[in-house]
Design a protein around this ligand. Structure first.
Ligand code: FE2
Length: 300
């Protein structure tokens, strides 16, 4: 089945462009990608994805775009047909991309009004092996979104974009895979917005060394360190200067994309966090609010 196969990048609009830029480049551990479009682009050093974050200076903080990957132009074209048939508003039909790394892609609004891009043939970037104590991100691990109708959103991601359900937490959190990683997207109830973006670290030591660097810059863990049950990944959540949540994670479970069967976990403290020794919790992170500008597309 034609499907999305990976996450590429998340585009943010931010009011304090310099602070957010400094955060990703000097504190979070990403690397600047050259561009001349007035925006700031960053890549993760441990993977050849051309970019993982885009920042656009703006007068409000919001998610501009979530970019996903497909394997080929034919898949991009097929997913465009499926999105349109599912009633999605198409913002740009499939065409060559002018963003760094180029490629071929299209943009559409999800049923909730979040802007997505699906692309193929984007240039590969440089990568290096991340060592145990480097404490910098290898790549994007997963994105968690809220939806006012999260059951319908699960149907959209599975039926239209080709994801499969990997696990449920109660009836409110669904983990979805698009490759062998246990989850690349997860969905929660709530107003249409981003919950957080997680970055894979090189083991638990990579996560903890990253948390150490953030602490040196005055940014403490908002929730963690801990280990989730669904996906079995470790976690530490932080808040960026613009109020977005970013996570360092490691050891996310690998599954058989075709054969993995989902479980339904009953929510409980030691299910949410199998260690149970961390600070904070979901309640200590920013509360979800509707993403400003739903169904309003950024031009770039
Ligand atoms: Fe996460």
């Amino acid at each position: 089945m034609t499907r999305v196969t990976e996450i590429r990048y998340v585009g943010y609009a931010v009011t304090d462009f310099q602070a957010e830029k400094k955060f990703y480049e000097e504190i979070w551990g990403l690397e600047a990608v050259p561009s001349n479009d007035g925006m700031a682009w960053f890549k993760a050093q441990g993977h050849d994805e051309h970019q993982v974050v885009r920042l656009r200076p703006a007068d409000e903080n919001r998610i501009d775009v979530i970019a996903l990957a497909a394997d080929s132009r034919a898949d991009v074209d097929a997913l465009h047909v499926k999105a349109e048939a599912a009633g999605c508003k198409i913002v740009r039909t499939p065409a060559p991309l002018t963003t760094p790394g180029g490629g071929y892609g299209f943009r559409f609004f999800s049923p909730d009004g979040m802007l997505f891009e699906i692309s193929s043939d984007v240039a590969r970037g440089q990568r290096r092996d991340i060592a145990r104590w480097d404490g910098v991100p290898v790549k994007i691990s997963h994105i968690v979104l809220h939806s006012p109708n999260h059951q319908a959103a699960v149907q959209f991601f599975t039926d239209v974009l080709g994801f499969k359900v990997s696990d449920w937490l109660g009836d409110f959190m669904c983990f979805l895979r698009c490759n062998s990683a246990h989850h690349r997207i997860a969905l929660l109830p709530g107003p249409a917005c981003l919950n957080h973006v997680a970055y894979d670290m090189e083991g638990i030591d990579g996560m903890m060394r990253g948390a150490h660097r953030l602490k040196l810059h005055g940014i403490d863990i908002g929730w963690g360190p801990g280990r989730h049950t669904a996906g079995n990944n470790t976690f530490s959540y932080f808040v960026t200067p613009s109020g977005f949540v970013a996570e360092y994670t490691s050891e996310l479970e690998e599954v058989d994309f075709d054969a993995h069967q989902y479980q339904v976990y009953t929510p409980a403290p030691l299910i949410m966090d199998q260690w149970g020794i961390g600070t904070g919790g979901p309640q200590t992170l920013p509360h979800p609010a509707p993403n400003p500008g739903l169904f309003v597309a950024v031009e770039a």
